[in-house]
Design a protein around this ligand. Structure first.
Ligand SMILES: Nc1ncnc2c1ncn2[C@@H]1O[C@H](COP(=O)(O)OP(=O)(O)O)[C@@H](O)[C@H]1O
Ligand SMILES: [Mg+2]
Length: 369
């Protein structure tokens, strides 16, 4: 007997600087999602944060044509799960949501919290894991506590910078050697990141980073590192893919090297010794577990000659058919289309477990208030 098709809303676009990357990821999913099993519905979030549903969603974001889309909001009513058309009031029910949104308000736990309130299963990490992974400072603290090697670093907040700048600078210069990397704590795609080799560059780097985040993370530069990425998939028994390597065409893997063509190379699988490969795979799964990951994450490492540092965790990695995350799974035996199916199934399983929790307690008597 054929199971009824599940309707899957692909949520894409979004208000972050990674809006355009998200469109490409969603367009790739649209081409490959198994339509025998799923009925995809497309929901485009424009740069102002308005949601538009319909087959015209891609055209809407690219060409601003309103044909084939209607403005919608996500319903948080437990008896009306799905999207509500703002003009007609009609409900468009969905069974599961696949957020393909990168960066703040997409990957940082905020949208995941909203989807929790809506009570609809969704692909990928929950609110806590998403929020931890989005904050590079918090990620470092949690991983370090578990004994996972991270690059030595510190952070400066906007408030410290405005109120006790001299103290912040002298503490920083005493604790971390030049050159340093300075990064907005809650951004992605290398936006706002600089490498600083002098005090002047450190000051400019902090100013730049604080344009994007209330806090910057400052760390020692690992010179000429091997940049290795590994894909993790699963809920309770996550698996790591074969690792891949990035060889950036620029001094570091900056925004231009990521998205503007260039000659950045992805080597899949990376040519690593067996022991380094196993260490990276082990650490990736350990990190995924320690933050409470679910579904997927791409875990990135910087390897120096003697230590392999875990650099960051991306809970909604680039998902175009030529992005690292799907490519790593392809090299590890899972084709792109099956990967989408597995992620949707993991979302449904996780939701069933969440729903099974006891949410209220029955009291024999009242509370006496
Ligand atoms: N401590 C470091 N030493 C050397 N290179 C670094 C360091 N931190 C970041 N980089 C370089 O900057 C890139 C972007 O930094 P990353 O922490 O991955 O931020 P994002 O979330 O924006 O990708 C890395 O891929 C790497 O090339
Ligand atoms: Mg990165």
């Amino acid at each position: 007997m054929k199971l009824p098709k599940k309707s899957v809303a692909i949520l894409f676009g979004g208000v972050s600087a990674e809006h355009d990357v998200s469109i490409v990821s969603a367009a790739s999913i649209a081409k490959s999602i198994d339509t025998e099993r799923f009925t995809p519905v497309y929901v485009a979030i424009d740069k102002l944060g308005r949601w538009h549903l319909g087959p015209g969603a891609f055209t809407f974001l690219k060409e601003k044509s309103e044909q084939g889309v209607g403005r919608v909001i996500l319903s948080t009513d437990p008896e009306k799960k799905g999207f509500i058309n703002l003009e007609s009031g009609d409900l468009i029910p969905v069974d599961v949501i696949f957020p393909v949104l990168h960066g703040p308000r997409g990957e940082d736990g905020t949208i995941q919290g909203f989807l929790e309130i809506a009570g609809i299963p969704y692909v990928g990490c929950g609110t806590m894991a998403s929020a931890i992974a989005m904050d590079k400072d918090m990620t470092k603290r949690i991983l370090a506590q578990r004994g996972i090697p991270v690059v030595k670093g510190t952070c400066v907040t906007r408030w410290m910078w405005d109120n006790s700048r001299q103290d912040a600078i002298s503490e920083l210069m005493q604790s971390i050697e030049l050159p340093m990397f300075i990064k907005p704590a809650t951004m992605g795609s290398s936006i706002g990141i600089t490498r600083a080799a002098s005090l002047d560059e450190v000051i400019r780097g902090i100013e730049e980073g604080l344009r994007f985040s209330q806090k910057v993370v400052i760390e020692k530069s690992i010179e000429n590192p091997l940049e290795i990425e590994v894909a993790v998939l699963g809920n309770h028994e996550p698996r790591a893919s074969l690792p891949g390597q990035i060889i950036s065409c620029n001094e570091f893997y900056d925004f231009e090297a990521k998205y503007m063509g260039g000659s950045t190379e992805l080597i899949i699988p990376a040519k690593l010794s067996r022991s380094l490969r196993e260490e990276i795979q082990f650490r990736a799964v350990e990190a995924f577990d320690v933050i409470g990951g679910a579904g997927m994450a791409r875990i990135d490492f910087l390897a120096s000659r003697d230590t392999c540092y875990l650099n960051e965790i991306n809970t909604i990695p680039g998902f175009t058919s030529i992005s690292m995350y799907p490519k790593l799974w392809e090299a590890s035996g899972i084709p792109y289309s099956s990967l989408i199916t597995i992620l949707i199934e993991l979302a449904l399983k996780r939701h069933v477990e969440q729903e099974a929790l006891t949410k209220t307690i029955e009291l024999d008597k009242g509370l006496g208030v």
